[in-house]
Design a protein around this ligand. Structure first.
Ligand code: NAD
Length: 471
């Protein structure tokens, strides 16, 4: 097999033909990562890393994704700090054995559940939150006592290099390693035997990860994407402004729509569509301005390839005709204006592929209840949003649709809630993390039963006879 120079450089520099895997395995075997003191020391080191390099991180995120420092703090740096603080506060409790009752038949005996680390784990990240999507799962993996290989996305190479250069300075380099590189490196890593693979990325690559993991029966967590819908029911006038602000945040506010839980498309009753669109236009102007040459507070598109992909989504003339706001592109700076489309064709690409950008199709329905059938006609989304005050409708949404999460009357904030499981279902992935769920994701909960020698129930042993059958 022949590899490109870039691949060989990456592998040669940090990987060294599997020696690192062996080193991490030896570290795990030594038992060093199992102790609570080691785990806490690594967690504190992540806090120090973030604290001492905050300005650098702001600069990197600004330069690679055009993120404003406030956005970077909210979605990356603050998220990581909060997760570390939470883990440090809870780790003793997470690690403590969980005792439970046994039926009388077992008497005298005791039972408990003990969480043990899985071993050596691989974490592969995506580019849209290049720091938090690597460090957040790492917090879970360390809390659970594993050794870890991290593979950040090649599409944010400065952030990846930052992690590769800084982590060995702050964290235990014999237990945690960063490997830089693209799909070739990722693929090579997937050939090794891991005790867990935690993957964040597209559904397409998720299938490759799962196929590679199957060869070793390695458990996987797949944090994937899809089309997240937002249902917008008719609301009292006072609530509309708050709701549309939250819609704008959920569409354009996090990495310019390049977010797995960002709103992909909206569903609204025909009679309410104009109100929604007019309110959204006002909010867009207030949040981002309306001068395409000087848009504020909005991230850029990650690269030319994705920029062209998004531009192509609008190329179909029926789709282009449905634009009711925006639609401008600044190719030099990779900026796309927040764009609203009203009723693009349902068979168009924009209505069938994950958009992952600032284009917002709004689909009108005669009755908002039809939104359930619409959502159910597509793969199960990672997040479902619904703005409604109708309790019966909320109940119907919960009972009749399936999604990784449901958030009523807001967007995105479910992601930052400690101990609130984050993950998909169906095509949007499986497994979950955040807080205790992260700890569990990287642990095996061992069932331990201990009997005493005092009492022995005769009928459980041979020789068999009919009396024992009736016992
Ligand atoms: P991607 O699947 O292209 O890449 C993700 C990672 O996989 C990268 O590190 C990349 O190097 C690696 N990779 C790419 N091709 C590979 C291959 N052939 N074999 C092995 N590894 C490979 O995804 P992306 O473009 O980085 O991210 C966008 C997607 O990720 C969207 O679908 C989005 O919804 C999803 N996403 C999901 C979450 C979540 O938490 N559920 C978060 C962010 C992004």
């Amino acid at each position: 097999m022949r590899y490109s120079n870039r691949y060989l450089n990456a592998v040669g520099r940090s990987w060294n033909e599997g020696r690192s895997v062996e080193e991490l395995r030896q570290t795990f075997k030594s038992g060093k990562t199992r102790g609570v003191d080691w785990r806490k020391a690594q967690l504190r080191a992540i806090l120090r890393l973030i604290h001492e390099n905050e300005d650098t991180l702001f600069q990197l995120l600004q330069s690679e994704l055009g993120k404003h420092p406030v956005e970077s703090y909210r979605d990356e740096i603050g998220v990581v700090k909060k997760s570390v603080d939470h883990a440090l506060n809870c780790i003793d409790q997470w690690m403590s054995p969980k005792k439970g009752w046994l039926p009388l038949l077992f008497f005298p005996a005791s039972r408990k559940l003990l969480s043990e680390p899985l071993g050596l784990v691989l974490i592969i990240g995506s580019w849209n939150f290049p720091i938090s999507l690597i460090l957040d799962p790492l917090i879970g993996a360390i809390s659970a006592g594993n050794t870890v290989v991290l593979k950040p996305s090649e599409l944010t190479p400065k952030c990846a290099s930052f992690l590769a250069n800084k982590l060995p300075i702050y964290l235990d380099p014999k237990a945690i390693k960063v490997i830089e590189g693209g799909s070739e490196v990722s693929n090579q890593l997937l050939q090794y035997k891991w005790d867990k693979i935690f993957f964040t990325g597209s559904t397409k690559v998720g299938k490759l990860v799962m196929a590679a993991a199957a060869k070793h029966l390695t458990p996987v967590t797949l944090e994937l994407g899809g089309k997240c819908p937002a249902i917008f029911d008719s609301l009292p006038i006072l609530d509309i402004e708050v709701a549309t602000k939250r819609v704008a945040s959920g569409k354009w506010g996090a990495c310019c729509g390049q977010a797995c839980i960002g709103i992909d498309y909206m569903l609204v009753e025909q009679k309410f569509a104009i109100t929604l669109i007019e309110e959204l236009k006002k909010i867009i102007k207030r949040f981002y301005g309306d001068d395409m040459r000087n848009l504020k507070n909005i991230s850029k598109i990650i690269n030319k390839v994705h920029f062209e992909r998004l531009r192509n989504l609008l190329e179909d003339s029926d789709v282009a005709n449905s634009i009711v706001y925006g639609g401008s592109f600044d190719e030099t700076n990779l900026i796309i204006e927040p764009t609203i489309l009203l009723n693009p064709p349902l068979n168009s690409e924009i209505m069938n592929e994950e958009i992952f950008g600032p284009l917002l199709p709004i689909i009108t329905l005669d009755n908002i209840k039809e939104s359930i059938e619409f959502i159910n006609s597509k793969p199960k989304p990672l997040a479902l949003y619904a703005f409604t005050k109708n309790e019966n409708f909320k109940k119907q949404i919960l009972e009749e649709t399936s999604s990784g999460s449901v958030t009523f009357n807001d967007t995105m904030i479910q992601f930052v809630c400690d101990d609130f499981p984050f993950g998909g279902v169906g095509q949007s992935g499986f497994g979950r993390y955040h807080g205790k769920y992260s700890f569990d994701t990287f642990s095996h909960e061992k069932a331990i039963l201990e009997r005493s020698f005092y009492f022995e129930l005769g009928p459980r042993h041979p020789p068999w006879n009919n009396f024992k059958l009736e016992f």
